[in-house]
Design a protein around this ligand. Structure first.
Ligand SMILES: Cc1cc2nc3c(=O)[nH]c(=O)nc-3n(C[C@H](O)[C@H](O)[C@H](O)COP(=O)(O)O)c2cc1C
Length: 173
């Protein structure tokens, strides 16, 4: 919100240690609103964002992700908020819209002074019966496709440094 756009785009880093305290509604709403303004194919907005903050649901989502990974750990690094990004069957460019929205979310999180980390395995989580049960409990259709997820909260670590960008990353012709 306060940082210049290019500072945000260049300096956002994945955060993997979070304070337990919950972020404010104002912070969450700002980050999610930024997600809703991401580009989507033909502007169809074929994305559903779910913010998970209820501790029981947060822990069930984390356990589901860990189960897909086959590891006994918290894949969300203790973050008190998990943002799930789904694609809807109506989307014009499925497979692309979810990551576009997620990119806006992680950059907006950094702009708002929050830490975030993009977390994988969302598709597999919501192909599982436990994932579909969560969708039912949340009153959402079971035909949503898990796309991406984000750990969100206050960073409890120093800002990590970016790796140098690889040689030849950009070609100009
Ligand atoms: C598609 C995708 C999946 C990712 N999945 C995970 C993940 O499951 N766990 C994790 O700790 N980081 C995950 N990350 C974060 C990357 O590891 C991180 O963005 C990368 O190491 C570069 O670091 P930076 O974001 O600080 O620039 C993922 C990032 C992307 C784009």
């Amino acid at each position: 919100m306060k940082k210049e756009a290019f500072e945000v785009l260049l300096n956002r880093r994945a955060i993997r240690k979070f304070k337990p305290e919950q972020i404010t509604d104002e912070e969450l709403n700002a980050v999610l609103e930024a997600g809703t303004y991401a580009p989507t194919g033909a502007g169809t907005q074929g994305v559903q964002i779910v913010a998970v903050q209820t501790p029981e649901y947060r822990d069930r989502v984390a356990a589901l992700n860990a189960a897909v990974m086959g590891k006994d750990m918290d894949p969300y690094y203790g973050a008190p908020t998990i943002v799930l990004v789904f694609e809807t069957p109506e989307g014009f460019t499925q497979g692309f819209d979810g990551p576009a929205v997620t990119t806006n979310i992680v950059n907006a999180a950094y702009a708002a002074g929050l830490g975030s980390c993009w977390i994988h395995r969302c598709r597999q989580m919501f192909e599982m019966e436990e994932g579909k049960a969560l969708l039912r409990e949340w009153g959402l259709p079971e035909n949503l496709t898990g796309s991406c997820s984000v750990a969100l909260g206050y960073a409890d670590c120093e800002q990590p440094a970016a790796k140098p960008r690889k040689e030849g990353y950009i070609v100009r012709v």
